[in-house]
Design a protein around this ligand. Structure first.
Ligand code: F6P
Length: 360
């Protein structure tokens, strides 16, 4: 292996820089290999200055930094890219250009750090001849074939801190506080942060809820003498009657953007006579310095991805299995997205803590 490329696709997640640093160090120190970074996801293959050399000096000091030194692009699907042609916006497929660029750059392997969408297109590129290795990245923790994605632990930490802060003001004012969290169609962030922060209600996409059940929990708490409640709502949560709430529709390039269910829950509770405030934590969950766990996981993933590349084991993703770093085929990874197992001990334990999921 002489030349390795790295790109970060989709939305950012804390730990991307830690993966880049580990991959660069491993490639250079263990294999004497040259490394280049591709800027702004796959876009870098097409842009002037889109390819940058990555040496030891370039990755010095980036371990604790959020974001990505390479830039990210969540509109970066190579099979559907919006460009302006003759004054008009058109959607084009640039996958053949990318394959040519990989050849021109003489890359022996391309590490793709991405979530569901990015890994999907990475697999398609492999089928066209690209030497792809995947690294599972997302705060949502919804990638199949791995117990953990890097970025998730940091997002849960941030969300838990938010719940702790809402608790004190909720109690002081005898209010109901609704906190909407990210996660797309998986409720992992809401479940983990909700349990860790001692929420009273957790609404997740995997358990459709009834507004009346949420209200019943708030009422029960008041009857027991607790004049405040904390309701954690995953952005993908949905009532039993009715679907998910979107703040923006999708198109050929963008997936629909979830958002707004927290507000609806808040308005309903307030309408029943309980003073309520709604907080949408948003992209705060994606920012900031990665937790030690995410730095540790990201470092192990970055190093393992380079070793996989050296073995020529393409179309595979590094993964965490029973605490060990393993690898799994991208076909298996993209076949099934990971969701909260509602029969798992985590949900049962939460119910045992008297946390309501709005389904009873
Ligand atoms: O997948 C990560 C994530 O932060 C989701 O939790 C959220 O729904 C989405 O990305 C937000 O995307 P954008 O950065 O495009 O607003």
């Amino acid at each position: 292996m002489k030349r390795l490329g790295i790109l970060t696709g989709g939305g950012d997640a804390p730990g991307l820089n830690a993966v880049i640093r580990a991959a660069v160090k491993t490639a250079i120190y263990e294999y004497g290999c040259e490394v280049v970074g591709i800027r702004d996801g796959y876009d870098g293959f097409m842009a002037d200055g889109g390819i940058v050399p990555l040496g030891i000096e370039d990755v010095r000091g980036i371990l604790p930094r959020g974001g990505t030194i390479l830039g990210a692009a969540n509109r970066g699907n190579p099979y559907a890219r919006k460009v302006i042609r003759e004054g008009k916006e058109v959607v084009i497929d640039i996958s053949d250009e990318i394959i040519k660029a990989i050849g021109r750059l003489d890359l022996d392997a391309l590490l793709v750090l991405g979530g569901d969408g990015t890994l999907h297109s990475a697999h398609e590129l492999y089928l066209k001849g690209a030497p792809i290795i995947g690294v599972p990245k997302t705060i949502d923790n919804d990638i199949g074939g791995t117990e953990a994605t890097f970025g998730f632990d940091t997002a849960v930490t941030t969300a838990t801190e938010a719940i702790d802060k809402l608790h004190t003001t909720a109690e002081a004012h005898h209010r109901v506080m609704v906190l909407e969290l990210m996660g797309r169609n998986a409720g992992f962030i809401a479940l983990h942060a909700g349990v860790s922060g001692g929420a009273d209600v957790i609404l997740i996409p995997e358990i459709p809820f009834k507004y009346e059940s949420v209200l019943a929990k708030v009422r029960q708490r008041v009857e027991r003498g607790y004049l405040f409640s904390i309701i954690v709502v995953s952005e993908g949560a949905q009532p039993k009657e009715g679907g998910q709430i979107f703040s923006r529709a999708g198109d050929e390039v963008y997936v629909p953007r979830l958002g707004g269910i927290g507000q609806l829950v808040g308005e309903y509770i307030e309408g029943q006579g309980f003073e309520t405030r709604v907080t949408v934590l948003g992209h705060v969950q994606r920012g900031g310095t990665p937790t030690p766990f995410d730095r540790w996981l990201a470092t192990r993933y970055g190093a393992a991805a380079v070793r996989l590349a050296a073995l020529g084991k393409f179309d595979r993703m590094v993964s965490l299995q029973a605490g060990r770093i393993m690898d799994i085929s991208l076909t298996e990874v993209i076949a099934v997205s990971k969701r909260v197992d509602i029969h798992d001990d985590a949900v049962i334990t939460a119910r045992g803590m008297s946390i309501a999921f709005g389904d009873e």
